[in-house]
Design a protein around this ligand. Structure first.
Ligand code: C6P
Length: 414
């Protein structure tokens, strides 16, 4: 208890907020209350500065030039790879592949691994709460290979049904691809247990970490996943940068995903050989500035102590859940025991989008709609929700403002 009290004091949210310039803007004459962090997080000054510094001081293409700027840019780009390796606790630098984001990371695996490893009647298991990015790539490859897609059901609270998952596993299961933290429900899935069960059945596992990386300590070695996908922009970094972690022995035998510059060993019209890991999967000029600036985002996360961030966000989540549930006519969607900072709800009778517009008029940014999880919305029989999603810089006062704004919206709508 004493330690928790000390941590509350140590977490200086005001000082932290001062590092995010955009948090000072006004929206519709109100101070911005930014609660759309699951869509993308805001960026600290250090990330913005790193982007600017690259373009101002050493803009050059990487891995190709021998001149000073090219060498400097290459070194900075590769330093981010080392930082990501440490951040995820991956065994090798070559296991870190830069992509455009989680979506591309999953498409890479579905396309490259899937093309090589799936055949007719094989099975891929996903879950009801997947983002479209972890559904459609698997549908595409399953259709091509005549493999089958199986879906783990969820409870009314929004938790995976692990008994059914167990019964779905068989020697036909080749891949299990599940989300770590649901973007629509906030559910934290028991991925270590899922991975163990899937491995026991001989399947490979991909974890969609788009929503977990900013909120939980990620340790791919401990988790023992085969692939882990994340987006930098959801972890206080720039847009257009993502990471695919993959176990070296699996990546090594996967065919290239895209062809082009950088991914080749030698190109002849008769036959092309491919570059070694990780470059085999990094065709074309990447988002150099974004990758370089992503390193600053990781420094920022580490400097603010992931444990303190987690505790702060959990306190906020508890507070927000209590306050919002206490409002008349609220239906919370997603009541899992283990949740990260997402509160999805419906204000009875009101369309989520109307609620969102009225909140925006009061300076509050939330997301409304199906959140790219249409099958999940179908499971609950709803068209969408209003979603408030939290980050390290949100405050209890902001939750109060959200609750007051919801009361006003309710009076106007119902
Ligand atoms: N979810 C949201 O508002 P990209 O777009 O590639 O960076 O991330 C895709 C993605 C994959 N998996 C999960 C669990 C996600 O939440 C997302 C992105 C955003 O919820 C935008 S739809």
């Amino acid at each position: 208890m004493e330690a928790v009290k000390e941590n509350i004091q140590a977490y200086n949210v005001t000082a932290l907020r001062n590092k995010f310039p955009v948090l000072n803007v006004k929206v519709n004459r109100h101070p911005l209350v930014y609660l759309d962090n699951a869509a993308t997080t805001q960026k600290p000054e250090s990330v913005i500065k790193a982007l600017e510094s690259y373009y101002k001081n050493y803009n050059a293409n990487i891995h190709r030039g021998i001149h000073h700027l090219a060498e400097k840019a290459t070194a900075a780009f590769e330093e981010t790879r080392t930082e990501v390796q440490k951040f995820l606790n991956a065994a090798y630098r070559e296991e870190i592949i830069f992509t455009k984001g989680t979506t591309e990371s999953i498409n890479l695996v579905a396309s490259s691994w899937g093309r090589k490893n799936l055949k007719e009647n094989d099975e891929v298991i996903i879950s009801t709460m997947e983002h479209h990015s972890n559904i459609v790539p698997w549908q595409l490859i399953c259709e091509e290979k005549k493999a089958k897609l199986k879906v783990i059901p969820i409870s009314d609270e929004g938790e995976l049904d692990l008994d059914t998952f167990h019964s779905l596993l068989s020697p036909k299961t080749k891949m299990v691809s599940v989300v770590h933290v649901s973007n629509s429900l906030g559910t934290i899935n028991p991925v270590e247990e899922i991975i163990e069960m899937a491995h026991a059945a001989g399947a490979v596992v991909l974890i969609d970490g788009a929503q977990s990386t900013a909120h939980l300590k990620i340790d791919v070695a401990r988790m023992n996943c085969d692939f882990f996908a994340l987006s930098a922009h959801k972890v206080y970094g720039p847009t257009g940068v993502g990471v695919l972690y993959g176990k070296k022995e699996i990546l090594e035998v996967m065919p290239p995903y895209q062809g082009g510059g950088e991914m080749i060993g030698e190109v002849k019209f008769e036959k092309t050989t491919y570059n070694e890991l990780p470059y085999k999967f990094e065709a074309g000029t990447p988002n150099i500035a974004g990758v370089i600036a992503f390193r600053e985002a990781l420094f920022f996360l580490n400097a603010n102590n992931p444990t303190l961030i987690h505790e702060h966000e959990q306190r906020l989540l508890e507070y927000a859940t209590e306050k919002i549930s206490a409002l008349d006519g609220i239906r919370l969607i997603g009541r899992a025991k283990n949740k990260a900072g997402v509160i999805s709800f419906l204000l009875n009778g009101a369309h989520p989008q109307d609620v969102g517009v009225l909140l925006d008029q009061q300076g509050i940014a939330v997301r409304t709609g199906h959140h790219c999880t249409q099958p999940l919305m179908d499971r609950f029989g709803i068209p969408g929700t209003v979603r408030a999603s939290l980050a390290m810089y949100n405050t209890h006062e902001e939750i109060d403002l959200l609750t007051e704004a919801l009361l006003k919206a309710k009076k106007m709508l119902l």
